[in-house]
Ligand binder design. Sequence first.
Ligand code: PLP
Length: 407
Amino acid sequence: MKNFDIEEVRKQFPVLDQKIYGRQLVYFDNAATTQKPLCVIERERDYYLNENCNIHRGVHYLSQMATEAYENARKTVATFVNARKSEEIVFTRGTTESLNLLATSLGQLLINKGDKVVVSAMEHHSNMVPWQQMLIREGGELLVIKMDENGVLDLNHYAELLKQRPKVVSIAHISNTLATVNPVKEMIRMAHEYDIPVIIDGAQSMAHQVIDVQDLDCDFYVFSGHKMYAPMGIGGLYGKMEWLEKMPPYQFGGEMVDKVSFEKTTFNKVPFKFEAGTPNVGAALGLETAVKFIQSLDRQEVERHEDMLLNYATEQLAKIDGIRFIGRAPRRNGLVSFLVDGIHPYDLGTIIDKMGVAVRTGHHCAEPVMTFFGIPGTVRASFAMYNTKEEIDIFIKAVEKATLMLR
Ligand code: PLP
């Protein structure tokens, strides 16, 4: 039977068991990257110790084994997000590369002069700049769904934007600055009424929520392995087969081709058409192991635990004099962003770091969000399954102390 034993889970993450400036580390920068469990580290190490080989091209034993392992990793990820077929998973370096792939390839397929793409006011730069730059090249226009002071998207405005018949909608599932969980299923349904494809940026959701791409009915779902306990340098893109088949390749080179001559090149089938060059095989196997690690736990319990951490942290922070929360949507997940009156977030972050507490400060790659709230940045504490209530107590004491020092 699956369970969730926090002590056992923490043993899987030896990096947590260390002192920073003589204090026990409290790692609350999980939205930037999660730590990796031993099983993931060992899987990657084992690959390089015993299995390392280039894939898809070799007739020899090791190459065939590595190819099989890599394709099995694809199957595991496909099952994890409930894709119809494993070929609907394209391995990339992560969310950023997946979104660049989509902006380039869908851009070529769908966007002509005067066409529009919809994003939201709370996007990470990765889900905004690639579209913006593509639209500058093509002579199109970026439409932005408004949000309110709580960090909730205005669905009436979204409905109005859809009437302008944009060619693509691309939105975050969970905001990395505001923690807002967007009603993506409803937003996908609304766009589909106009036959507009929808991309969901799942960078902040894969580690926290069960993702079912068929239930969401999204056309694309993108994610980063390193934010879900897997190594850096691997991530993916789920795409409905009918779209992936129509889309042109994004990069050219080995592996993505079928027949090549100086006159003409034909391309490999999906997903290989989108995987030019040698992929990060070791990291893909690490991603598969991370997925199996998550699947081995009681996910409802994990969600409950993470919700408890977020609620407790928010309640305790609310007691601090001069606290201002940035992001107060009714549905939030994974993180809390805040400011303390009269204190620069950078100063607060730097001081609590000296107390062993790792948080992120700044604009979190979402400068338009900071501009909207008229602030230089926030302090962001983001949680993972291995964090504890006791760690939140340490964090709160550190913030209180820093606040006294900086006032
Ligand atoms: N989208 C969101 C919502 C994110 O939080 C991040 C990273 O923080 C990204 C995209 C980019 O992810 P990566 O840097 O792993 O490509």
